[in-house]
Design a protein around this ligand. Sequence first.
Ligand code: SAH
Length: 365
Amino acid sequence: MGSEETKVNLLDFDRATMAAWFEGRGEKPFRAQQLVKWIHQQGVDDFDAMTNLSKALREELKQVAEVRGLSIAADQKSSDGSRKWLFELVDGNRIESVYIPEAERATLCISSQVGCALNCSFCSTARQGYNRNLSTAEIIGQLWMANRLLKEDGSRPVSNVVFMGMGEPLLNFDNVVRATHLMQDDFAYALSKRRVTLSTAGVVPGLERLAGVTDIALALSLHAPDDDLRNELVPLNRKYPIREVLQACRKYVGDGRRRVTVEYVMLDGVNDSDQQARALAKLLRKVPSKMNLIPFNPFPETRYRRSNAQRIERFRDILHQSGIVTITRKTRGDDIDAACGQLAGDFKDRTRRRERLVEVIGGAS
Ligand code: SAH
């Protein structure tokens, strides 16, 4: 036992699965609480520094386990204070995470997959193809790494996490949910349910399962008020049309005060007319929601253009007048290609998108 390759990466466990692991080794399950605190609250990866564990346990852990973060392939800082990391995984694939400091919070935008299979026509990640799901360790590792690096710099730690980087989080359900358990765990990052947001293109079965296992905030990438246009922009819509997706979202947020954040990328002449704004307002009448308009962020070879500022304002006003709280997302980090939809990563096998897309949406594409 204990060769480099077979060591367990403790970043793969949330507290419950770590307790089970300890129990399986004949240890007290409460060790998990101590370890989770050291690893996630303190950012410690060296067992020798974990002074409330016995020497014997520390030695044993060194033999069988490790805390293995991600390697940094690039670390870029934007003039507006945001920061983008390109992380390299053990298999050579690379993913991106973005840190966005604001007055009241500091948000980390993380990835859930290497690439993405959904092939949304306006997204740069889509053009890169799909390779694989991230492990829990690789998902939580982005937050773990970010907080360690921010601390070194004297920057504020992450206060909010959004699954708005590369990938579709609901297609990597178990690993994503386990990572959110750590984000919310008082012994780990202790982020409240409003401070962790999962953004989805609308995977209905995933939405239905989600309600049973977590209460984190939900964002839906809608982008169109009708199925014809949405089929074109978000091909997943051919499998899960707007009506079903909105119904699943409504069920997830329940009857309380929670609302779905509806994301809508503003594409010049495509989805930004007055009439489309009115159709959208009508569509959302029965869904507790708030709108987040995202000015399109261009990337090489895209056929789309960003709607101009007056158009976005007009669109927002129409929604406002219909009683829908609407904000326009500020573009951050565009000098380092860190804005929404610009995360490209860098990975090896880009050929799996097609087969994966067929797997996800059937032969419809
Ligand atoms: N797959 C998930 C999460 C990743 S995308 C989802 O679809 O929600 C995060 C957000 O960025 C989504 O709303 C996505 O539609 C948006 N986005 C993608 N490409 C964009 C671009 N070029 N400009 C602006 N927003 C974009």
